[in-house]
Design a protein around this ligand. Structure first.
Ligand code: SAH
Length: 227
């Protein structure tokens, strides 16, 4: 049974109107003009009704290229950021992907649209519970975990790709260990006020290749979990 706090999924409005579709087309053109070049990523974003992931007070802003509050002091990432991280991950169909920070579930939906098999972990129980009925009503079926993403999900490792959607001072070794050789990990790394989008390409068990791809500001990657 769903508790009230998690939303009544039978009442959830998943209507995707012509207006929404039109706004989404404009957003895609905006993302293209800001430098997103991967058409598969843009098309995936074009298929996901972002407004369904937003709290009711922000629905009218769903197709603005901005982050918005989703509860528990967290935000749904800006579409440009979602597109940028997803493009860096270079998702192939059937890639096994670990997402750290389920949040609203929006990034997870974009990954699934690209054909990824997604394992997503969230440390805030409120968001862990809230994102599930939304994704499921839209037909997305990731594997959900409530826990501390610093630990990864060892039972399902290794992963082809790992995406961390919160910013922290360094990449946890446990996540690197759960990445396949030839795999890619993308995480914003830095202080609480600015992070560099960091891509790790795992060359061998001993060697990782690291590159940085511009500055971003994310909500913090925090240890432990919150009931
Ligand atoms: N991918 C999300 C972004 C949400 S913001 C979306 O598309 O909406 C980042 C999320 O990371 C927040 O929900 C926050 O609670 C979560 N987070 C932060 N530290 C974490 C950790 N150690 N383990 C799991 N999730 C974490």
């Amino acid at each position: 049974m769903q508790s009230k706090k998690n939303g009544d999924i039978s009442a959830m409005n998943i209507n995707d109107t012509f207006r929404h579709k039109g706004l989404r087309r404009k957003l895609i053109e905006e993302l293209r003009s800001k430098g997103i070049t991967n058409n598969e990523v843009l098309e995936a974003i074009n298929r996901v009704p972002r407004h369904v992931f937003m709290d009711s007070g922000f629905i009218n802003f769903a197709y603005k290229d901005q982050a918005f509050p989703i509860g528990a002091g967290q935000t749904i990432s800006q579409p440009y950021t979602v597109a940028f991280q997803t493009q860096l991950l270079d998702i192939k169909k059937m890639d096994k992907v670990l997402e750290v920070g389920t949040g609203s579930g929006y990034q997870c939906a974009v990954l699934i649209e690209l054909g990824a098999i997604v394992y997503t972990v969230e440390r805030q129980r409120e968001l862990f519970l809230k994102s599930q009925p939304i994704l499921s009503k839209l037909g997305y079926k990731p594997k959900f975990f409530f826990g501390d993403g610093y630990e990864g999900i060892p039972a399902y490792a290794p992963f082809d790709k790992i995406i961390v959607t919160a910013g922290g001072p360094e990449i946890p070794q446990k996540l690197l260990n759960q990445l396949k050789i030839q795999g890619r990990l993308v995480m914003p790394v830095g202080s609480s006020t600015s992070q560099k989008m960091t891509l790790i390409e795992k060359v061998s068990d001993e060697e990782n290749q690291k590159t940085e791809h511009g500055s971003f500001i994310f909500v913090p990657f925090l240890k432990g979990r919150i009931y």
